[in-house]
Write a protein that binds this ligand. Structure first.
Ligand code: DQA
Length: 148
């Protein structure tokens, strides 16, 4: 059997990791985060593909392009989490098993961060586990895909 293919999408401002509010988001840069995820995923025999954009439409195009190509999506939509019905609809359109992940604990921050409009399209949601959350999201997602 060939390796599962997981697309890891990061939304706006996540290219600023390492610079952006390190007390909340940590010290790793975005390329370091990708290396960290890839190394762990490789050891789980999972192929990872990475995409980051600050633009809603570009994220939607990438989700559409994943149709029939990717087995799963792990997405940190950044602030789009809280208001992008267009990303919700894109995820629903392709119906690829999806995990939502947040580095910070969105439920213990400002009120607006407690709302996720993309969650109804996701079968896994992980928050507040830092970078490890991406690894946990991949393994939970893969378990669900394999159980299907
Ligand atoms: C975030 C939380 C969001 O509220 C915020 O807008 C982000 C990052 C996180 O990973 O904790 O950009 O998704």
């Amino acid at each position: 059997m060939s390796n599962l293919k997981i697309l890891v999408i990061n939304g706006p401002n996540l290219n600023m990791l390492g610079i952006r509010e390190p007390g909340i988001y940590g010290n790793m840069t975005y390329p370091m985060l990708c290396d960290f995820i890839k190394e762990k995923a490789d050891s789980m025999n999972i192929d990872t593909f990475f995409f980051q954009s600050n633009h809603e439409g570009a994220i939607i195009d990438e989700i559409h392009a994943a149709y029939r190509k990717m087995d799963g999506i792990v997405i940190n939509p950044g602030a789009f989490t809280h208001y992008s019905y267009a990303i919700l609809d894109a995820l629903k359109s392709v119906a690829i098993p999806t995990a939502e992940i947040h580095i910070s604990d969105v439920d213990s921050r400002e009120e607006f961060r407690k709302i996720s409009v993309v969650r109804p399209a996701c079968c896994v949601c992980i928050t507040g586990r830092g970078y490890q959350g991406y690894i946990d999201a991949i393994s939970e997602l893969v378990s669900k895909i394999k159980a299907e």
